[in-house]
Design a protein around this ligand. Structure first.
Ligand code: ASP
Length: 419
């Protein structure tokens, strides 16, 4: 067991978690037992990953940027990163629209099932709509304002403010390059060393990963909704999974064509991060693992991975964007609405923006979906339709989200190497 590769250990932990959850679902005390004695270990695992996210971003970004020695390289990298992120997101939404229009999963939902699903999940959906409403009423430049913190200690105290911490770290790193090297040396050595310590902490946390994912999956199984409800959403779920799979294949091809790296090399390198993303449903919680895998196993330079990945975790969510397109059209189909070409093109724009605005945490996608629905004139009540299966699909889209980030970091690395 000791010499087994990490991804095998995590996969075994996941499999045991599913089996244990299934066994416990057969006992009356099973659910309580898992929530009292097993679930806490899953929560501890997620917490320890989140715990390290902000210090990691700060240390690795400051180190990465101050290693650059040249500001023009940073602006090249920044431009390449943002443009590539936008392109991959628009491609993701377009794939989603094609798949959902071809398969038409909404047409298979009867009026009766629709009413049943909506009444079962109405209150859950209302909660998400309330959260969305509070973000919807801000001005057009609010997203830009939100990037600049007014207090760094306050910003760093909340994982949701990751972009603000990134902003501060970039400013800090740039200023280190701008002052004479003899003046910046002590602080550079401090951040280099802090970075090493944090990477060690991630190693330690990851040795607990097989147990953490065991707990997360066992909990998920006992908390899953009844099969009857899930069954009616099977075609919708399969449509989304098909779209996400197409996107993964596309990433593998992009990596092969642009960097020459084998699909096997890429997938094996990123697999442990994908498994953690699947188990935690959070790109932010997975970030420490993604950064470790991309730098140490996919050979991306630290100055690139430390810049591209934290930004990607917050703004590049291809899986979420594809999901927005499929979910919105699916809901429209179940309500018998025919979306015009214009409305579907509008979805490309709003789903792209909504995925940028979505936080890298579980269920963020379904909250911002409200914005896509209201822009396209689709009933927001439809949110309740897809609620039952949202968690497992969230797990799948999070895998795609971090794989997209890894793909873009390999591209940017290649681009920077060339120059
Ligand atoms: N859970 C996803 C993530 O963290 C966001 C979403 O809900 O789609 O990447």
């Amino acid at each position: 067991m000791k010499n087994l590769a990490l991804h095998w250990k995590i996969l075994i932990g996941m499999a045991f978690g599913v089996v244990f959850g299934l066994i416990m679902s057969n006992f009356d005390f099973g659910k309580d037992f898992i929530s009292d004695w097993i679930k806490p270990f899953g929560t501890i695992f997620i917490n320890s990953l989140k715990l390290i996210a902000i210090p990691l971003i700060l240390a690795s970004l400051v180190k990465g940027i101050s290693d650059l020695k040249d500001i023009s390289k940073l602006s090249q990298m920044g431009g390449a990163t943002i443009v590539t992120y936008m392109i991959t997101t628009v491609i993701a939404v377009s794939i989603g629209l094609i798949v959902v229009n071809v398969i038409k999963p909404g047409d298979s939902i009867s009026e009766e099932t629709r009413i049943e699903l909506i009444s079962a999940y109405e209150s859950d959906a209302d909660q998400k709509r309330e959260v969305a409403a509070s973000t919807k009423n801000s001005g057009p430049l609010q997203a830009l304002i939100d990037v600049v913190p007014s207090n760094i200690v306050y910003a760093a105290s909340n994982n949701k403010n990751m972009l603000q911490v990134i902003f501060f770290a970039i400013l800090f790193g740039i200023s280190m390059i701008l002052i004479p090297p003899n003046k910046s040396r002590p602080i550079k050595e401090f951040f280099d060393s802090l970075n090493e310590v944090i990477l060690k902490i991630i190693d330690l946390i990851m040795s607990f990963a097989p147990y953490g994912v065991f707990a997360l999956l066992a909990t998920l199984i006992v908390e899953a909704p009844k099969w009857d409800l899930l069954k009616s959403l099977l075609l919708y779920s399969m449509t989304l999974i098909l779209g996400l799979s197409v996107l993964i294949i596309l990433y593998v091809l992009i990596v092969k064509v642009f960097t020459g790296k084998d699909p096997n090399y890429f997938l094996k390198g990123i697999l442990p991060a994908q498994l953690v993303a699947f188990s935690t449903s959070s790109s932010a919680a997975t970030l420490p693992v993604t950064m470790d895998r991309v730098h140490n196993h996919l050979g991306v330079k630290e100055e690139v991975s430390s810049f591209v990945l934290p930004i990607g975790a917050t703004i590049n969510m291809d899986g979420t964007a594809l999901y927005q397109a499929i979910a919105a059209v699916f809901i429209a189909q179940t309500f018998g609405l025919d979306l015009s070409l214009g409305a579907q093109l509008g979805i490309i724009l709003t789903a792209t923006l909504a995925s940028i605005g979505a936080a890298a945490v579980p269920s963020a996608g379904i909250i911002v979906l409200v914005i896509v629905l209201s822009q396209a004139g689709i009933p927001e009540a439809g949110l309740a339709l897809i609620f039952a299966v949202d968690r497992p699909l969230d797990m799948c889209r999070t895998v795609v989200n971090i794989t997209g980030d890894a793909t873009v970091s390999m591209l940017v690395d290649k681009l920077i190497k060339k120059k």
